[in-house]
Design a protein around this ligand. Structure first.
Ligand SMILES: Nc1ncnc2c1ncn2[C@@H]1O[C@H](COP(=O)(O)OP(=O)(O)OP(=O)(O)O)[C@@H](O)[C@H]1O
Length: 264
């Protein structure tokens, strides 16, 4: 595991310097269903932004747009100072290398060992790496996620939490500037959730990433979120620190809280 000493929710004005993701007046519909309707949100360098919202409100759609996997209908989306509107395929491919996407299901290749899964993005995207360099990168990233011992295992031999770690490692091996986590603690037991929350904070510290974390888990939101933004009816209605947002007496916030049993 990483060995660092930081305080969660360390959120200072120093963080609020550079915007790494800028979303202005974003619209996205599927057929006649409006999913994102004038959504506005920024992510600042070095912060963990947690996005909360009920099922089907468009949280995954939002991060897929940021990762260039879906196109916006309207609005401005800028990632690392690059506008995604009218971006060329070549520019998008280059940008995607700087974005790590941790999928809900970890998205590992079942027929490959952990080592092969981790090598895959390197071999595919970086030419001229020597065997020694690849081995070192795999070793280092596995050490970072605390799973060096799993290097020769198949995904089917891993627990849900271990798969999640390897999925995160596979994105970290590319040294991304931005991490997008889609429900990183979904389906995990409470202890493993705590470990994944710690890992998300450790990744931020060690890899200097800026991240969006989508979750329904308010403990996760509280532990990893420098800032929290809540999506309702297609746009962000509440933003602030966890404490600021959940101090709000708005019934929409209260109903969210009532379904999560955490200490205030
Ligand atoms: N490619 C697509 N084509 C058509 N509809 C889609 C597509 N992607 C998402 N949707 C719809 O958009 C809506 C928002 O989906 P999204 O996956 O973003 O929800 P979510 O907020 O992440 O929900 P959950 O918390 O349950 O994961 C859903 O109704 C979904 O069915």
């Amino acid at each position: 595991m990483l060995n660092n000493h930081y305080t969660n929710n360390q959120y200072t004005s120093k963080t609020l310097m550079n915007k790494v993701i800028e979303i202005e007046h974003l619209y996205k519909s599927f057929g006649d269903r409006d999913i994102l309707v004038d959504a506005n949100i920024d992510v600042y360098q070095g912060e963990n932004l947690v996005v909360l919202g009920r099922s089907g409100t468009g949280k995954s759609v939002l991060i897929k747009i940021i990762a260039g996997l879906l196109m916006a209908d309207k609005g401005n989306v800028k990632v690392l100072n690059q506008s995604l509107i009218n971006i060329s395929k070549k520019e998008l491919n280059a940008l995607r290398l700087k974005i790590g996407f941790s999928f809900q299901n970890s998205a590992l290749y079942d027929s490959m060992t952990v080592q092969e899964n981790l090598e895959f993005p390197l071999v595919r995207n970086i030419k001229n790496m020597s065997r020694k360099e690849i081995d070192k990168a795999v070793h280092d990233v596995l050490e970072s996620v605390g799973l060096l011992q799993a290097i020769h295992q198949m995904p089917s031999e891993l627990s849900g939490g271990q798969k999640k770690r390897i999925g995160i490692a596979r994105t970290l091996i590319m040294n991304p500037e931005i991490m997008l986590y889609d429900e990183p603690t979904a389906g995990l037991d409470p202890i493993t959730c705590i470990e994944i929350n710690e890992l998300i904070n450790e990744v931020k510290e060690k890899y200097h990433t800026s991240s969006i974390i989508i979750t329904h888990d308010l403990t996760c939101a509280k532990e990893v979120g420098d800032r929290v933004a809540v999506l309702f009816d297609g746009s962000f209605k509440f933003q602030g620190t966890f404490e600021e947002v959940f101090k709000d007496k708005d019934p929409r916030i209260k109903s969210f809280y009532d379904y999560n049993f955490i200490e205030n």
